[in-house]
Write a protein that binds this ligand. Structure first.
Ligand SMILES: [Zn+2]
Length: 252
């Protein structure tokens, strides 16, 4: 019963994340405006806003103009619902509410960064700032000062230096400042070793996937690839599956 409750809670929040992912990079007010079909501006009735089920009832199409909605919407709702179940297994919502709120909200923000950067090549400052605030709070509560200060320092200045050198030598921007800031805030959570792992693995993953896409001609060599999704992917494993990370990916 409580699992169903937590899944519904997660998928409802996932539904709100869809709104943020769509509206934040477009600078549309996401609290007070109601949902509309992107194509025909038809107002979406509230009962179709029910996570996942609403999408299924509509069979993934607008009821008026029949334009398909992106599969991304139910996917984000499903993923958030499942993530909330997983997080509540480790931090039960009623007995460890603070930990549950920290870990679930961080997941939500990382998910938004993933999809916004993938589409728009930006990481909104407000999302990085939220992570910064939560990670500092969590670190003050649970970690020694040198752990998170050194992690944040490495996370910010190492990628910053690489990006700066790259721009001096090649005259191109390697990483965006949003990526550099994301590494910095993640360093506060992950500490010096964790963030070093993340920098290496996300760069490896980015080169692997970017290189493969260029090789099969899905991507032009000069097209920039968004880097945030790779950082997020590695960070999600480090934060939510630390045991997996220790078992299979011991690099240091
Ligand atoms: Zn429509």
């Amino acid at each position: 019963m409580s699992l169903i409750f937590i899944f519904i809670l997660g998928s409802m929040i996932g539904s709100f994340l869809n709104v943020i992912i769509y509206r934040m990079p477009r600078n549309i007010d996401f609290i007070f405006k109601s949902s509309h079909c992107i194509e025909c501006k038809e107002k979406i009735p509230f009962y179709f806003n029910i996570p996942i089920i609403g999408y299924l009832i509509l069979r993934g199409r607008c009821s008026k103009c029949k334009k398909p909605f992106s599969i991304k919407y139910p996917f984000v709702e499903l993923l958030t619902g499942l993530a909330f179940i997983l997080i509540s297994e480790r931090f039960p919502i009623f007995s460890m509410p603070l930990e549950f709120i920290i870990f679930s909200s961080v997941f939500c923000v990382l998910l938004c960064i993933f999809f916004i950067d993938l589409e728009f090549y930006i990481i909104p400052n407000s999302l990085n700032l939220y992570l910064l605030a939560v990670f500092i709070l969590k670190s003050i509560l649970y970690e020694p000062l040198e752990f998170w200060l050194s992690g944040g320092f490495i996370g910010f200045f190492f990628p910053f230096l690489i990006t700066w050198l790259y721009s001096v030598i090649r005259g191109q921007v390697g990483l965006g400042m949003g990526d550099v800031k994301l590494y910095g805030v993640l360093g506060i959570f992950l500490g010096p070793l964790g963030i070093t792992q993340n920098i290496f693995l996300s760069c490896f993953l980015g080169a692997l996937i970017g290189g493969s896409l260029i090789a099969i001609k899905k991507l032009d060599r000069n097209t920039p690839i968004p880097f945030g999704p790779f950082i997020v992917l590695v960070a999600v494993f480090q934060i939510y599956f630390p045991q997996f990370f220790k078992k299979y990916l011991v690099l240091f």
